[in-house]
Design a protein around this ligand. Structure first.
Ligand code: GAL
Length: 457
């Protein structure tokens, strides 16, 4: 990336109310120290091993080379599982004696609802996992940092050179009070329309880019009995995700951002307008959307039983995992100039049982090798600005890396970037109710109330 591009990228993230950072992988050094330990143990026998373990110059690093590492996430879907496994594989290569416990948990309200509930219980009890998936932005800062349950990781940003490895906008996001609290593994785009290319071709239309387009293509497909959109709202989440992209398309980047900062009022008539548009989209959606999940919705697109699905680019990982290649993508309606973003990250809870292993995990998560193993399978682009060059990345990802530098960055709400978790939950639940009762005026009132409860309207 050229300096000018990095600067542009950083500026747009700052505009989005976001911030990013950089890294150098020191794992060869650790591996060398590990070898040295093994050599000394082999040469000196058990007593020697104990002596080496007590050696004040090496013990922290050496102790980290065994024991366990417990990682929480909600990565249980096709694509997510393989991506996480690939990151674990990089870790295991460097720390072969550490037993990795993959505590991934699916389900619940919004992104990672059930996992977050279990996590919160552990955090409150002072028995955290060694590290956990958390979105950069309000989710990380409001839910965990301000609660005083995380350790700052400035020392890792310094030792790994991370201050120069990530877009500065992301660094602002992961920081609070002048400290860094987590390391981003990726950047996801949430405002993408994924479509079955053959179904679109058969409609005789081209891929839609505006609201008018989607309804025109939708009408052509309706005549063939195929819904334009697939939706999976069995649990609250996907409807709220789609609706945030409708808000983006209706309000444009500045006013959309303003909805989450108080600069745009939730009593603005465009909120009802966006709900009316979304309600109209539901007429072009699989009728059983209240009884299937987001992965099932993507399966409808793969099977040609629906033309498209609006979802983040984890859907890219899902499609690849399912070995489905005949898909295309475009920005969500009226969203072509915007890159709606979020980033997954890992941090260091206070009092983890395996702190040294957790630190090793963070180093791997922020490393070039880690990010280039994880992201091609996850569907996202790497957070590191020097990653993403390997042939493992697909056409979508190569295009996304370019677009991330040039488009206007706006924050995803459902995925923790734009608003605190209690507000996100109110918003997600309101949209789940809307998906069932389709009551525009009641839902506009609920959304206004949610903003007022969050102290923003
Ligand atoms: C998001 C998360 C992604 C992906 C997605 C669907 O919140 O950032 O990594 O897991 O949920 O599960």
């Amino acid at each position: 990336m050229s300096t000018a591009m990095v600067a542009r990228n950083q500026a747009s993230l700052a505009d989005a109310g976001v911030a990013l950072m950089a890294n150098r992988d020191t794992s060869p050094l650790l591996a060398a120290r590990l070898h040295r330990r093994r050599f000394m143990q082999a040469s000196l026998g058990a007593a020697g091993a104990l002596a080496v373990g007590a050696n004040l110059t090496l013990p922290a690093l050496l102790a980290a080379a065994a024991g366990k590492l417990e990682i929480y996430s909600w990565w249980t879907a096709p694509g997510e599982v393989e991506a996480l496994d690939a990151l674990y594989a990089v870790f295991k290569k460097q720390y072969p004696d550490v037993d990795v416990i993959n505590a991934a948990l699916a389900g619940g309200t919004g992104a990672g609802g059930n996992m977050k509930t279990v996590l919160q219980t552990r955090m409150l009890a002072g028995q955290p996992p060694d590290s956990f998936q958390v979105h950069l932005g309000h989710e990380l800062i409001d839910s965990h940092v301000k609660a005083g349950r995380m350790e700052p990781i400035d020392f890792l940003y310094a030792s790994e050179g991370w201050n120069n490895s990530f877009p500065s906008g992301l660094l602002q996001l992961s920081s609070d009070g002048g400290h860094q609290w987590s390391v981003p593994v990726n950047i996801h785009r949430s405002n993408v329309l994924w479509f079955n290319q053959a179904v679109i071709n058969n409609s005789g239309m081209s891929a839609p880019t505006t609201f008018d387009d989607v309804f025109a293509v939708g009408d052509a497909l309706k005549a063939q009995g195929i819904p334009m959109f697939a939706l999976g709202e069995q649990a609250p989440g996907h409807a709220a995700h789609v609706f945030e992209t409708v808000l983006q398309g209706v309000f444009g980047p500045d006013d959309y951002r303003g909805l989450w900062t108080g600069a745009t009022s939730w009593s603005d008539p465009r909120v009802s307008g966006a709900l009316t548009t979304f309600n109209h989209m539901l007429d072009y959606t699989n009728p059983d959307y209240l009884s299937i999940q987001w992965g099932d919705a993507t399966d409808l697109v793969i099977a040609g039983k629906a033309a498209s699905v609006i979802n983040g680019d984890w859907n890219n990982g899902y499609l690849k995992s399912k070995k489905f290649a005949d898909y295309g993508w475009s920005a969500t309606p009226n969203g072509a100039g915007m890159y709606s973003s979020l980033a997954d990250s890992f941090g260091l809870p206070n009092n983890t049982a395996d702190r040294d292993n957790a630190i090793s995990w963070l180093k791997v998560s922020g490393s070039l090798a880690g990010q280039d193993a994880f992201n091609p399978l996850k569907g996202s682009i790497p957070a590191r600005t020097d990653a993403g060059k390997s042939a493992d990345y697909d056409n979508y990802q190569r295009a996304a890396m370019q677009e991330f530098k040039t488009l206007t960055i706006v924050p995803s709400v459902v995925h923790g970037f734009a608003a605190r978790e209690s507000w996100v939950t109110d918003y997600v639940n309101a949209m789940n109710v809307f998906a069932a009762n389709r009551d525009v005026s009641a839902t506009a009132g609920t959304l206004l109330q949610a903003a007022q409860d969050a102290g923003v309207a």
